[in-house]
Ligand binder design. Structure first.
Ligand SMILES: [Zn+2]
Length: 263
């Protein structure tokens, strides 16, 4: 079944793509499930990392049971455990939520800091390709500080994302080199995506990382890839929410911001 919607230039389609031979193309984003489903506690998905890897080499997400934070970079799928320790994810592992793209940057620039997180966000917004509200981002460089978090594996029956996030571990990486990867999505993708910036970090040695709460870069090489199309693989029981209906639902947004941070 294919559900297709065009929302202000972002073409969204949701379908059961597993085993269909489909692979997302350049400047397209592929996603497993929705933020709304994750918020509600749908922590087990049916999509393997082997399948995810057919659609992209850069991105972020989590693992079944909300077992840590996932960061994908250079085609490697890495898991940051509850204390930020990185390990390689087995191709057979499953994800309840992930967003990836075959990274093909169209904008590249260098930033000299130090910058605080607000200034970084402003620079990313300033350089993002015009008319491309949805973007993938990769930024490599040195950071004075990265404030990150990860979450412990949950046991069924699952609670909500807010309940799981209450058990998160926060950790600071000081004077660290590494890579931030993530996405910017517009407010009208709320429910499907985390609106605004969603960024994950992994250090240069690929040993430590997590979900970025805020960071202070010293110098960065930034690459941005625009996305005009979003393909979604929805697990059984998860439906495509109508983003138009949730825009303006500031309670939902405030709750998500409380859980995920960012701006
Ligand atoms: Zn995250």
């Amino acid at each position: 079944m294919l559900d297709e919607r065009l929302i202000r230039g972002l073409h969204i389609d949701a379908a059961d793509l597993a085993d269909s031979g489909f692979a997302a193309g350049v400047h397209e984003v592929f996603q497993a499930s929705t933020v709304a489903a994750l918020v509600a506690g749908a922590f087990d998905g049916d999509l393997s990392f082997a399948e995810l890897g057919r659609h992209g080499d850069l991105g972020l997400g989590t693992l079944n049971g909300l077992d840590g934070e996932m960061v994908a970079v250079d085609g490697r799928f890495l898991r940051a455990d509850v204390d930020g320790r990185i390990s390689e994810i087995a191709p057979t592992a499953l994800t309840p939520f992930a967003v990836v793209t075959r990274f093909a940057p169209t904008v590249t620039f260098d930033l000299e800091g130090p910058l605080d997180h607000h200034e970084l966000v402003r620079e990313l917004n300033r350089h993002a390709p015009p008319g491309s509200p949805s973007c993938a981002i990769r930024a490599d460089g040195d950071f004075e500080l990265v404030e990150a978090r990860s979450v412990p594996r949950q046991q069924p029956p699952y609670g909500t994302l807010a309940e799981a996030a209450a058990q998160q571990h926060r950790f600071d990486f000081h004077e660290v080199s590494g890579t931030v990867v993530g996405f910017r999505f517009p407010d009208y993708a709320e429910g499907i995506e985390l609106p605004g910036f969603h960024l994950h970090f992994v250090d240069a040695a690929r040993e430590r990382g997590g979900h970025v709460l805020s960071c202070r870069p010293r110098r960065l090489h930034v690459q941005i890839d625009h996305a005009s199309r979003l393909h979604m693989e929805l697990p059984p029981g998860v439906e495509l929410p109508d983003p138009a209906a949730v825009v303006g639902s500031s309670t939902g947004r405030a709750e998500l911001r409380g859980i995920e941070g960012g701006e």
